[in-house]
Ligand binder design. Sequence first.
Ligand code: G4P
Length: 535
Amino acid sequence: MSNTQEIKRRRTFAIISHPDAGKTTLTEKFLLFGGAIQTAGAVKSNKIKKSATSDFMEIERQRGISVSTSVMSFEYNDLLINLLDTPGHKDFAEDTYRTLTAVDSVILVIDCVKGVEEQTEKLMSVCRMRDTPVIVFINKMDREGQNPFDLLDEVEQKLNIKVHPLSWPIGIGSRFKGVYSLYHKELHLFRGGLTTVTDEVITISNLNDPQLDREVDESYAVQLREDAELIQGVYGELQLKDYLGGSVAPVFFGSAVNNFGVKELLDTFCEIAPEPGQRETDHGTVTPTDRDFSGFVFKIHANLDPRHRDRIAFLRVCSGKFERNKYFHHVRLDKDVRFSTPATFMASSRNIVDEAYPGDVIGLYDTGTFKIGDTLSEGKNFYFTGIPSFSPEIFKELVNNDPMKTKQLEKGIQQLTDEGVAQLFTHSFGNRKIIGTVGELQFEVIQYRLLHEYGAAASFKPLPVFKACWMTAEDKAALEQFVRLKAANVATDKDGHYVYLAESNWMLNTMMENNPKIQFHFNSEFKKRKIQPAH
Ligand code: G4P
């Protein structure tokens, strides 16, 4: 098969949801359809249960599971589908944000009872940054959920994206009769038994067909006709380019646990989802069909077993062809490297791959040479952009409890933050180290790992910081003056960029108003404009 054919048959995506909406269940059904697993229950949820906050063996076990499910590949309808897993626990949301930089599209699962939840909003805002195409799956239609029109309104308003229903539910909860596929003009009947549910498909190309009244009660048929007319009037026909451009999200309804509406979702996904796309770099656009290999690291997974300090760096192939044992250029280190055991992972088995194509994700064994965002290329020097960091939500000062182990602590904290476990800022005053995370759990993970992997005893002192904003200015003198005057609230990130540590939203707004010459950035995307660090 030629490179172009290999690229054309790949679809790389992630399923995202607020915890409990049904991501794991849907993933498992997809894998069953793809023949990648044979039995239900083979994919374990990577949720870290609340009770596990101080149970590190549990965290380790969970992290072990998520390595094996980091990327799940399966063949379906002549396509090679790479499904990237995203952590379920909100404290690992940064990991999810970065995974979203490595996909070409997303399926968003929403629980019809709970509607759009907090985590969903955050994840979607990341997708919107890159105009990632999104398909919405409204799940749990067998439960007494909200009215579907209200749900669509909520999605549009809270997620800031237009929607376009491609299927429509007939009844809901105990009165759920099935869905009508507005896209394929088919009726999918939900025939539930005590133990099995069948998805009976009947082609009804015209909703006025009296067969509809025979298949579902007349009152349901009348309602469906009314709804369908309304939908046609409001939404018209789906323009594929709007979906591919990320401005319109097709919507499906179903019940993942009952495997209902899932096949239609997968089939339509295969029909419309984008193949591997272009990526931006600081030296222009990289196209998958470019001859030379390139890719970037979006996730680093540490082995928590202290006897094995190796890590796995996950790399998304963006162009050309990756080959085992071939030398590629590690741009940041300006060094050529090769890999003898590049791997793919699937349901706890690891396979060595000889070659990989754009859209693929491979795991590279790493002894500390990679950092999130690193580029591998075939000789050329450039960086992929668009792998942002966001402002952390919790900030604590790192306290060294064992001065004899200062070096170990320094090394440990540098490496852990390279992995993206947390962000490290250095305070202008006295070189104090500030760790920023999106969840409390990370502090426990960091403390545990510093002690067990590096032998360094550390603790954390909470700081009254609300948000960290990166700062840039055309007028360098204005920035330096601000840094001098506000030194108590200024730190630098690992790349040497100035960061303002705001104590409250009010303070932040006041600073922004009073300092119009300074730009405050809420994520690190500004770095792609090649602004020089402060130091
Ligand atoms: P997540 O990965 O998004 O966190 O969600 P997950 O798939 O683990 O699903 C969360 C719960 O919702 C599970 O129940 C799952 O069985 C249930 N669920 C998923 N899809 C549907 C659906 O279509 N209808 C209904 N009624 N429930 C659904 P659980 O009790 O937490 O776990 P389990 O014991 O069933 O595994």
